[in-house]
Design a protein around this ligand. Structure first.
Ligand SMILES: Cc1ncc(COP(=O)(O)OP(=O)(O)O)c(N)n1
Ligand SMILES: Cc1nc(C(=O)O)sc1CCOP(=O)(O)O
Length: 511
């Protein structure tokens, strides 16, 4: 019988790298010895030494490429690449129960591996790597899910390999989920993150913690805890109450808006202040590391984040006019390939570009086209795919965590006639998300390792804050048009109460 293996943290190592002892103690669950350009005798020696270490800690040992070495040391398994010994012949040569894994870069290769009856596949390379000269294209995190889909209804295990780091492990795990049946990775395979670490024990421990936390959490939804059975009243009252947390905690909200002008920045900063939070507007990547330690939430539009620690903060991603230019499209792709947002917010044109729908398109920052025939399905699908909350804005707004869909019909018509209202909404949502995450019990973020706090409620709270404030502002007798509306809106945000939110909310749970 084949030994059952925990593939969670799969360390690939070799003679120029570490003896894996410290890393195993930190939580490595499988070790592979991978040697290139080496004498057989020397490979054998290294494999034997590694085997002793693996036996000591009861961790299975896999040999890369070389069936003869695996046979000689009675290894637990072999890993064979596309140009190595064919799987069927390897099966004949190896004792029954030997684990056989193979490398996969395409759906076709995955189908072949499935037909060959391998025990596991290594899917890669997810990202670029300095540990190997790649001969196949980099998949990106979005390329992994469709390959996993091939393993549907099989016992074949899967790990992702290539460029996996502590900072992107979470995105790799969440982003690499086959959408149709929630098949997810069994583990992550790493070389340099552990072997080049000055503290391999600590690095392995941290990676292991991320993977365990991911696996312990039931899928989906990622950021909230609801079912369609929850009542509208409970959603709305929790969303309104969050305003009290915003005022009590006054979270620092970082607004990294590479493509916005100064007028909009001032407005967004004033809206953040009016809610009782504290804005910091900075695009300097040099500051990201320091800022990530003190901010409660982050709002980002098209642009880059160099500091991946931010992934563990409440992050609102606003892909402004993503469908309008090739640059915005590729920047957004790149961002979502690497980064795990908490909320994606966009108008129909922007969300349409993300889901590949022709029902709505971007013209500049505006949206054109007939609009979505089934907006509830669109937000739910995107939320599931990106493992986050999605907020689709328009005359009616739609929110989903991939499960529940909420329809919101608040807002004054002047909102769409002033510049920067989308950015103001982004900052309101980021502010409420920051307050929700800061007030969450510490165990919540530790257990789930994403962002603690209820991000569905927080998104609803931020949306209601701005839309209800806009109604209050628009109703003022001294507001005669959009010029007087804007300062009245800031005033309304400043004086907004939880009761106004709950009394005025026009919210429906759709599914
Ligand atoms: C877990 C895992 N996945 C993929 C590979 C790559 O193996 P291969 O294609 O045989 O390439 P080389 O490692 O031989 O360069 C792997 N080793 N482990
Ligand atoms: C050994 C290997 N195989 C890959 C593949 O794509 O099949 S990528 C890779 C190296 C992974 O190293 P690191 O964790 O340092 O990026």
């Amino acid at each position: 019988m084949t030994r059952a293996i925990d593939y969670s943290l799969y360390l690939v190592t070799g003679r120029e790298l570490l003896p894996p002892g410290k890393a195993i103690k930190g939580g490595v669950t499988v070790v592979q010895v991978r040697e290139k350009n080496i004498d057989t005798k020397e490979f054998l020696q290294i494999a034997l030494e590694t085997k002793q270490l693996c036996r000591k800690y009861d961790v299975p040992l896999i040999i890369n490429d070389r069936i003869d070495i695996a046979l000689a040391i009675h290894a637990d398994g072999v890993h064979l690449g596309q140009s190595d010994m064919p799987i069927a012949i390897a099966r004949q040569l190896l004792p029954q129960g030997t684990i056989i894994g193979t490398s996969v870069n395409t759906i076709e290769e995955a189908k072949k591996a499935k037909a060959d009856g391998v025990d596991y596949i290594g899917i890669g390379a997810v990202w670029t790597t300095s540990s190997k000269k790649l001969t196949a294209p980099v998949l990106g995190v979005r390329g992994v899910g469709p390959i996993l889909e091939v393993l549907k209804d099989t016992e074949i295990r899967a790990v992702a390999i290539g460029g996996i780091k502590i900072t992107n492990a979470l995105r790799a795990l969440h982003g690499a989920i086959a959408p149709s049946d929630y098949r997810y990775l069994d583990g992550l395979a790493v070389v340099s993150e552990v072997v080049a670490s000055p503290k391999p024990f600590e690095t392995a421990r941290e990676l292991s913690h991320i993977i365990k936390s991911f696996k312990s959490f039931k899928l989906p939804p990622v950021f909230s805890f609801h079912s369609a059975k929850c009542s509208v009243d409970s959603f709305v009252s929790k969303a309104g109450k969050l305003l009290e947390s915003v005022r009590a905690l006054s979270p620092l909200v970082h607004q990294l808006q590479e493509i916005t002008n100064i007028v909009v920045s001032t407005q967004s900063a004033n809206a953040t202040l009016a809610l009782g939070a504290s804005p910091i507007m900075s695009n300097a990547s040099e500051e990201m590391s320091d800022l990530s330690k003190i901010i409660g939430g982050l709002l980002i539009n098209i642009g880059t984040i160099t500091n991946k620690e931010c992934m563990l903060l409440a992050v609102v991603f606003d892909p402004v006019a993503v469908g309008a230019t090739a640059h915005r499209k590729s920047a957004t792709e790149e961002f979502l390939n690497e980064f795990q947002p908490t909320v994606i917010k966009g108008n129909a044109g922007e969300i349409g570009a993300l889901v590949g729908s022709l029902e709505a398109k971007s013209r500049g920052v505006d949206s054109i086209g007939p609009g979505f025939a089934n907006p509830a399905e669109i937000v739910r699908r995107l939320a599931r795919r990106e493992r986050c909350i999605v907020l689709l804005t328009g005359e009616t707004d739609w929110i989903s965590d991939g499960d529940v869909v909420i329809k919101v019909a608040n807002g004054h018509c002047y909102l769409s006639s002033i510049t920067g209202s989308g950015c103001m909404l982004g900052t309101c949502v980021a502010t409420f998300c920051a307050a929700a995450s800061l007030s969450a019990p510490p165990s919540e973020s530790l257990d789930r390792l994403l962002v603690g706090g209820d991000m569905l409620i927080a998104t609803l709270g931020g949306l209601l804050a701005l839309t209800v404030a806009s109604e209050l502002a628009g109703e003022r007798p001294d507001v005669k048009g959009t010029g007087t509306f804007l300062p009245a809106l800031i005033d309304a945000l400043f004086h907004l109460t939880p009761e106004q939110i709950t009394e005025r909310a026009k919210v429906e749970i759709v599914i």
